[in-house]
Design a protein around this ligand. Structure first.
Ligand code: SF4
Ligand code: SF4
Length: 88
């Protein structure tokens, strides 16, 4: 039961101080979650703190690879709209 940070992470540092388990560490090429420490915040918070603060859609995934902040969840823009050519 642990989440992972993946390639979309921009190393912004926002999540690191919020983790109640000190499971997040700065690393190259992007931050990492120590699977042995991550509890998915169960017992500490109602929502996973890293995903709650993360500004990048898709940067944190669950054990099945599902993004906690999927495309469109933060921007309000659908993946189709983002992929569409600009009309400007
Ligand atoms: S889900 Fe909670 S315990 Fe796991 S890395 Fe994120 S903030 Fe830390
Ligand atoms: S908040 Fe998101 S983008 Fe920022 S360091 Fe954490 S995982 Fe990476």
């Amino acid at each position: 039961m642990a989440f992972r940070i993946v390639a979309g992470c921009t190393n912004c540092w926002a999540c690191l101080p919020l983790c109640p388990q000190e499971a997040i560490r700065a690393a190259a090429p992007h931050f990492q979650i120590d699977a042995a420490r991550c509890t998915e915040c169960v017992g500490d918070f109602a929502d996973p703190q890293c995903a709650s603060i993360c500004p990048v859609e898709g940067a944190i995934v669950d054990a099945t690879g599902r993004p906690l902040n999927p495309p469109g969840s933060l921007t309000g823009l659908s993946p189709e709209r983002i992929a569409a050519p600009s009309t400007f």
